[in-house]
Design a protein around this ligand. Structure first.
Ligand code: NDP
Length: 285
């Protein structure tokens, strides 16, 4: 029997809890949390992600300011803006929507954000905290994946987990989080030999590849838990789809997430959680 885990429903419940929590902040701390999102240019995917973040802030009651800047914005201008926001005592979280135009060095920008306001968890200090098991801000998508597993009490300890993808924002950090929960983790990538066989060993299979319908039925063990992180366009239908061939894979799984409505909403929900976390540390400083 397969259960399709709805990240959308889980998100809706978590957002209700956060809304109630945020409502209590003005009385306790004298103000609301504030997230500033910086969007450079008009990349349609980025515009849509930023809108999702704005809507989540409105839903929860977090103050949001999206600063929209033209494509020609220079690195120096962006660094100056980040410096101002770092020093603004009423700003709790800063997010620069990626990818950036080619003339701006992404690493310099991420490094410039104060780690305590780095709600994406991409600053090297927060990355180091994850790997050293120290307190820090966790990246949103990996955090959301673990929350999805926990929402169904899916046992992680002792399980074989296979993560397909080794990016800094998804594959690597989710592998570390699974390892910290005592899974035995294999990280697969484009040079992995016999990928199907490797995937078939997974009790928990995380697909973070970025290739539409890449994970097929014959790559999945009977009863596996399958988490689909991919956000792609189906080349045939033009519709949004994941990395997993959901229709053909689902019946083999015990639990599976769907695209859309799976990890996507949970990523934004975890961004809201991180903003609240940064706010609470900030006001309690
Ligand atoms: P990257 O492109 O940075 O990484 C993709 C990974 O997949 C790489 O490690 C790559 O291997 C591996 N890969 C590519 N081709 C193959 C192959 N044929 N066999 C095995 N492994 C392969 O992507 P991201 O990690 O940033 O994102 C992955 C997907 O998740 C994308 O669809 C993205 O849109 C989506 N995403 C969704 C989010 C959400 O909120 N739902 C958030 C972030 C991302 P190698 O390292 O060897 O090149």
């Amino acid at each position: 029997m397969t259960t399709v885990i709805s990240g959308k429903l889980l998100s809706a419940n978590k957002r209700l809890e956060m809304k109630a929590q945020v409502e209590s902040f003005p009385k306790k701390y004298g103000r609301l949390p504030k997230l500033v999102v910086i969007l450079i240019g008009n990349n349609p995917a980025s515009v849509s992600y930023v809108t999702g973040k704005e809507n989540a802030c409105i839903e929860i009651g977090i103050l949001n300011n999206t600063i929209r800047l033209p494509e020609e914005t220079t690195e120096a201008e962006l660094l100056k803006l980040i410096d101002d926001l770092n020093n603004d005592s009423l700003v709790d979280g800063i997010l620069v929507q990626l990818p950036l135009p080619k003339h701006i060095d992404q690493d310099s920008i991420i490094n410039a954000i104060k780690p305590e306001k780095d709600v994406d968890g991409f600053h090297p200090k927060n990355v180091a905290s994850l790997y050293l098991k120290q307190p820090g801000i966790l990246p949103c998508t990996p955090k959301g994946i673990i929350e999805v597993l926990d929402s169904k009490n899916i046992e992680i300890e002792g399980k074989r987990a296979v993560v397909v993808g080794r990016s800094n924002i998804v594959g690597l950090p989710v592998s570390k989080l699974l390892l910290d929960r005592n899974a035995t983790v294999t990280i697969a990538h484009s040079r992995t030999k016999n990928l199907s066989e490797v995937c078939k060993e997974a009790d928990i299979l995380i697909a973070a590849v970025g290739k539409p319908l890449f994970i097929k039925e014959d790559m999945v063990k009977e009863g596996a838990v399958v988490i689909d992180v991919g956000v792609n366009r189906n080349p045939e239908t033009g519709k949004l789809c994941g990395d997993v061939d959901f229709e053909n894979v689902k019946d083999k799984t015990s639990y599976i997430t769907k695209v859309p409505g799976g990890i996507g909403p949970m990523t934004i929900t975890c961004l809201m959680e991180n903003t609240i976390e940064c706010f609470l540390k900030h006001v309690e400083e």
